[in-house]
Ligand binder design. Sequence first.
Ligand code: ARG
Length: 237
Amino acid sequence: MKKIVGVFLFVLMGTILFAKEVLYVGTNAEFAPFEYMENGEIVGFDIELINKVGEKIGKEIKIKNIAFDGLLPALQTDKIDLIIAGMTVTKEREQFVDFSNDYFIANQVIIVPENESSITDVDSLKGKKVGVVLGYTGDLMVSKVEGVDKVQYNSAPASIMALAGGKIDAMILDSAPAQSYIAKNKGLKIVELDSEVEKYAIAVGKDKKELVEQINKALEEIKTEGIYDELIIKYFK
Ligand code: ARG
């Protein structure tokens, strides 16, 4: 009996000593090419990036797929340790979480049917039915324009379907996912905007200074070692 207990304790100690600490990372895999589902797996630019970050700081990365508007609450209640989700740094979000240095620069664009010519900028959306995704920065942007008939969807693919089906006149989305989704949906085009620049960063719980520093250092190395550029070529070229 003593022997068994001894062996058990030995194994237990080993697991505790050598187990790599896990970082639970929340994402929302409806935002190609940053994060999306492929053959039942969550893949994309952000997923590869965060795995590299994990390697650099010696932690195992476990991804959790969560609704976009559930990500910040999950982080605040410690259900996850980080968020990587093409998430734009905003003043509002900074009240609840901290952000790493930014790793991608984006902006909002309008997607319209190919034959649409009256929609040229944000102001021309007045009186139009415009699809947005609930809680995205594009949603907030359109809310500031008076007279827009805003229709909220739960995901970019859902809004694209509505647009392709003629249920809405236009939709707003981040530029890179917009490119990716119109490539798969014939008959749609992009209207570029001179909208504000948005910075994507990794969100971390408040007062986890050390973790933020580790992530920033890892991001720095990933850039200087050329890994970042390889990922850009793989997912955006
Ligand atoms: N950049 C936008 C935002 O921060 C959209 C991000 C959506 N990301 C996602 N993984 N679904 O609101």
